[in-house]
Ligand binder design. Sequence first.
Ligand SMILES: Cc1cc2nc3c(=O)[nH]c(=O)nc-3n(C[C@H](O)[C@H](O)[C@H](O)COP(=O)(O)O)c2cc1C
Length: 317
Amino acid sequence: MSSTDTLKSQLSLPVICAPMFLVSTPRLVIECCKNGVVGSFPALNIRPQKKLDEWLTEVSTSLEQYKQDNPNAKVAPFAVNQVVHPSNSRLMADHALIKKHKVPFVITSQGNPSDIVKDVHSWGGIVFHDVIKTQHAKKAIEAGVDGIIVVAAGAGGHGGTLNPFALIREIRAFWDGPLALAGAINDGQGIRAAEVLGADYVYMGTRFIATQEAQVPNEYKAMLIKSQIEDIIYSDYFTGVHANYLKDSLIQAGIDISALTGKDKVDLDLGNTNSWKDIWSAGHGVGGIQDVPSVAELVASLIKEYRIACDTPAFSL
Ligand SMILES: Cc1cc2nc3c(=O)[nH]c(=O)nc-3n(C[C@H](O)[C@H](O)[C@H](O)COP(=O)(O)O)c2cc1C
């Protein structure tokens, strides 16, 4: 069985709830996995670093217990995201804990994942690498990754700038292994559309922020419901790397939007504003978010929509 078949056999839908800085917590991850979609969190979410051991113990033991209590349930594996760029001084310390817990799924980003890939394979785990460009996908394949996550324009966090139709088809032309598509996918129709384009999985972030189990301020969830695509601002002002932010969270933090979106770069006084904590990220898909369901309710409606999307071609040949 290929790694795609093995992973798919553990899922109720081909969905990975994406790792999100300051959003993903064990509660959200566990609830996703219990409902048959991969739950994940960035290792850098956890401070101090040693606490990662506690998170990994909590997620692993809860899921093992759940599997024992529900032997027929589809329980997805969980994933941890590691930034493999040399600037990540925690990389090896975090990785030692990931190794200790034999984490089944590692998602790498930004850099060369080859050393991590070899190690994760030693305990039977899989590694997917996230990319925003074709050349990054080629490098990740050379590094031996099991899967590629294509992060297209409009994705929450550090979304890319490239059109999903073009990018996934370009990568699919030279990679026949597992492929996930990310960027503004909210519903079962989006999952089906991604599959038609050649994806095996979808990677959904923003939609999962508006769930009961996401431990973010209620105002953040309310802002997701209120916002539309034009309320997303793509800026490199706060971290030096372009990311998508909710306009209203910038206004709430006292930031002059016109200075950010104007032609000339302007120095803003950010005071004590902390990006990701006070300034909230979301992708272009916000317009499709109208409620705050539990993860179980969300997965049930994704399955329902996916079934409809699979059964109803719009054009009869
Ligand atoms: C609040 C937020 C925080 C994020 N933090 C991270 C992160 O720490 N590491 C990472 O690889 N991606 C991060 N992302 C990007 C997601 O993993 C994923 O690529 C993206 O959410 C998919 O697009 P969508 O939000 O439109 O579904 C973040 C996204 C959001 C919305």
